[in-house]
Every structure is written in C-alpha cells, then in structure tokens.
Design a protein around this ligand. Structure first.
Ligand SMILES: NC(=O)c1ccc[n+]([C@@H]2O[C@H](COP(=O)([O-])OP(=O)(O)OC[C@H]3O[C@@H](n4cnc5c(N)ncnc54)[C@H](O)[C@@H]3O)[C@@H](O)[C@H]2O)c1
Length: 458
C-alpha cells in the first residue's frame, strides 16, 4: 500500500536526556526486567534511533477483520498509529461492540460483515486480521490483492500449502505483512537468541519447548445459532457441521478443523523463538507421542503430547506440554513446569519465557557480546515495527516468510501427532519424503469447502 500521505523521512526522536539520567533509567529498567545492564543500555540507545510515531495528519486508515478478544486488543494497539475506520465480523454482536470501542469524537467506524467489501473501501489502508486460524489466509490473500498492508495474527496459516500461496501473493503485490508473533519484539527473547547464535552456551545441542496443555473436553451438544452470527461464513473452508458453541469463539483453537491446539497456538510463539535461535529453515525429522486422546464428540486436538524434531546438523528440538500453566499462560502450580524455552549447549543453558531469562551461570547473561557479534533484527514494539515498515516499505520483523516457517514447525508437529508416524521433511521442497510421505503429504493442504476456497477471494 502507499501510505495515505507522503511522509518524507521523519527525523529520529531526539535523545535528549543526560548521560547520568540515561544510566539511571537503564539501571532501573535492568532491575525491573532482570535483563543485564549492558543489554538494556544498548536497547535504549537503539530506541533513540527509532522513527517517531506518525503525526495526527499521517494516520493510515485501519480495518479490523475479526473483532474477538485478540482483534480488539490488536486494533487498540494499532490505533496508536492510525485510525480504525472499519470493523468487520461475521458475528454482528462482535462487530457492533468493536464499532463502539473504536468510535472517536462521535465518529464510528464503518461496519462490514464480508471482508471482501472491506478491501474495496478506499479509506482502509491497513488490515488487522484477527480471525480464527482457518480464515487467516483468505483474508490475507484478499488484502494482498487489494494492496493493503496486513498485521496478521498467528499462526499465519492453517496449512503449509496456504503459506506457499500467501508468500507468492505478498511478494507479487509488495504489501507489508507482519505476523502477530510479538515475542520476537521482546528484548528478553531476542537476547536469548543472540546469545545462543553467538555460541554463549557453546555448541547448541538441543532446545526444549514447554507449551501449556490444551483443553480436553466433550462430548458437546448442538445449540441454536446465536442471533447475529453467520455460522456458515464463520465455518468457511472447514467441513460444515451443526452449531456447537465450543467450536466457535475462543475455543475454536482446540479443533483441527479450525486450528491446531496449543501446538499451533502457543507453539506459534515458542517454536518461533526456537526457530530464531536455531537459525535453520526447518527440521528434517519429526516424531511424536500422544499423551491424552481426545474425547469422542469433543475437542479434536491432542491436549497433551511430546514432539521431537531433529535438524540436519543434529540439533534436537523437544516439545512438551505442561499442565502447571493455564492455556493463557497463567500459573497453576508455582513449583511446576512453566511454559517457555530452554536452550542447552556444550557450555551451559539459557531459559527464557515471557517473565524471565536465566542461565546456568549468571555470567552467561552479564558479559556483553563483542562488537562483531551476530545481531538479530531489533524491534522493541511489534505493532510500532509494523507501522514503521508501512512507511519505509522495509520487511517487518515477522515478515510473511518468517510467519510461514514458524507456522510450518507447528504444522509438522500437528501432522506427526495426527498421523501417529515418524516423518521425514524436506525443508527446501516443503514436502514429506521417505516411508510415510504419502500419508503425511495429504495433510500439507486441505480440501476447502466451497465457496470458501481460494476462488472466494479471486
Ligand atoms: N498474538 C497473540 O498473542 C494472540 C493471542 C490470542 C489470540 N491470537 C490469535 O488471534 C486470532 C483470534 O483469536 P481470538 O482469541 O481473538 O478469537 P475469537 O474467537 O475471540 O475472535 C475471532 C473473531 O473472528 C470472527 N470471524 C470469524 N470468521 C470471520 C470472517 N470470515 N470474517 C470476519 N470475522 C470473522 C469471529 O466471529 C470472532 O469475532 C487467532 O488466530 C489466535 O491465534 C493471538
């Protein structure tokens, strides 16, 4: 998209505090976040170079597609950089609530029920896509076709095949697409990945990821379709079923028809960090163990599982579920296993999650990296990074390719769980190879229920 008004080189925000005040602020930040002082200082210096927020006359028009919990939070963040001019949902109640939330000075956003119409609205420059996973790709493809930039929620896709379609569309249209894997814009996760990449724990041997266990429940009853909900449109490409409340808002993530359980929900975050630190395109092998079977007539995803990946260079990635955290990441058992990522190398380990970063030896974190160290993409605010890229046309930190690759890791794990087989993956060809390839490759794409297949968005 072309930004709504020309914005020739916004000057960097002035770095106008004294050295003493700067050091004091860094010390306080280091104490509050548990991050080493050297790292906080470098962060703060870099922050001074970040371009300022757009001014009041330079605010792109934002459309929120998918007005549930996350969508309204995302649009709230986005409204710091633009104006929410449209909201869209297949549930009229959700659209109306979002329209009220984003009414400014008596001016309400336009309300749509079909996202294809949003794409025709000239006041809309940017799409925030927070639909359930099974709708992500078609909305993003429609946006690319309409040359509108996208902040698209994770996991980027429902299938690996969708990712390939999307990369092609994003590249040929030139839109900016940021995947909503905001952990990459957290200093703590970036520090862990930079340290691992620079050999701070020696040779990386394995990464261990813990994801909250998913919900196991059912059987569930059908119910009348709530007023205002277009249930057929909500189901989209997924096989049509009678309305069951647990299939819909919020808990759709525990059905393979619409999502992939915590493997793709939390996995989209923590596997993405493992992928960032390991730095290789994809694993070459995956095998898994189901630790709890779904209940007939209930959620279809596996709630507890263990998945082991192997990379071409021998590095291992183990994924396990924990019941000591809730599905939202809250603590159930304070002494139990937190969700997060542990990197294990020949010279030590680093543990990182949304609350803390620790290491086998505190010096591993405290000693600054040398000037010539490998540096990873540095974004301090995921939404700000998106809007900076909307202006600059640079790639955002979680560009479509990154979003696709981290979603692929999750899909590979889910496919291994669903087939119950040990699988070999060719990262370049993006196909399963070897013994169980024929069965596993049937999961790389899905049959999309008409009319909600690729032709739905032209
Ligand atoms: N980045 C994060 O940390 C994070 C956190 C939570 C959720 N998410 C992601 O955000 C997405 C939404 O999750 P949620 O918890 O808000 O779900 P939700 O069920 O609360 O909201 C989804 C909304 O999308 C609407 N919708 C469904 N199909 C639509 C369509 N075709 N067009 C327009 N609207 C449609 C639904 O009616 C609903 O209002 C998911 O993909 C989830 O993985 C990300």
């Amino acid at each position: 998209m072309t930004p709504p008004t020309s914005r020739p080189g916004t000057p960097p925000a002035a770095f106008d505090i004294s050295r003493r005040a700067f050091l004091k602020r860094c010390s306080l930040l280091a104490a509050a976040t548990g991050l080493p002082l050297w790292f906080v200082e470098r962060q703060q210096l870099a922050a001074a170079e970040v371009t300022a927020k757009p001014g009041p006359n330079d605010r792109p028009g934002i459309a929120l597609v998918g007005c549930g919990g996350m969508g309204r939070a995302d649009a709230g963040n986005a409204s710091g950089y633009g104006q929410v001019v449209a909201v869209c949902d297949v549930d009229a109640t959700h659209a109306a609530a979002a329209a009220t939330q984003f009414t400014v000075d008596g001016k309400a956003p336009a309300i749509y029920s079909d996202f294809r119409k949003v794409m025709e609205d000239p006041a809309v420059h940017v799409i925030v896509n927070a639909t359930p996973d099974h709708w992500h790709t078609l909305v993003n493809l429609a946006a690319a076709k309409a040359h509108k930039d996208v902040y698209g929620e994770k996991p980027l896709t429902l299938t690996i095949d969708e990712g390939r379609h999307l990369i092609k569309a994003v590249r040929s249209s030139g839109i900016v697409l940021q995947t909503g894997t905001q952990q990459r814009s957290s200093q703590r996760f970036r520090l862990a990945c930079e340290l691992v990449r620079n050999g701070r724990i020696g040779k990386l041997l394995q990464a261990k990821v813990w994801l909250p266990a998913g919900l196991r429940g059912g059987p569930f009853k059908t119910a009348p379709i709530p007023e205002g909900l277009n249930w057929d449109f909500w189901q989209g490409q997924a096989p049509a079923t009678e309305y069951v409340p647990e299939r819909c808002h919020g808990t759709f993530r525990f059905w393979y028809e619409y999502s992939g359980g915590t493997m793709t929900d939390w996995g989209a975050h923590h596997n993405d960090i493992a992928y960032w630190a390991i730095g290789l395109l994809a694993p070459t092998q995956v095998e898994s163990t189901r630790l709890a079977e779904p209940i007939a007539g209930g959620y279809t995803t596996f709630s507890e599982y263990a998945v082991n990946y192997t990379y071409a260079n021998g590095i291992g990635l183990q994924i396990n579920t924990t019941k000591d955290d809730t599905i939202y990441g809250g603590v159930v058992d304070p002494k139990g296993q937190r969700n997060g990522i542990r990197f294990e190398g020949t010279d030590g380990w680093i543990w990182v999650n949304r609350d803390e970063i620790t290491a086998s030896d505190p010096q591993l974190l405290k000693t600054p990296l040398p000037d010539n160290a490998i540096r990873l993409y540095n974004s301090k605010n995921h939404m700000a990074n998106f809007f900076e890229c909307v202006r600059s046309r640079e790639l955002p930190i979680c560009d479509v390719e990154t979003g696709h690759r981290s979603a692929t890791m999750c899909h590979l794990g889910a496919i291994s769980l669903r087939t119950g087989r040990k699988l070999a993956w060719d990262p370049a060809a993006e196909q399963f190879v070897g013994d169980n390839a024929q069965l596993a490759n049937t999961y790389v794409a899905r049959e999309m229920r008409r009319p909600y297949d690729y032709s739905f968005v032209g």
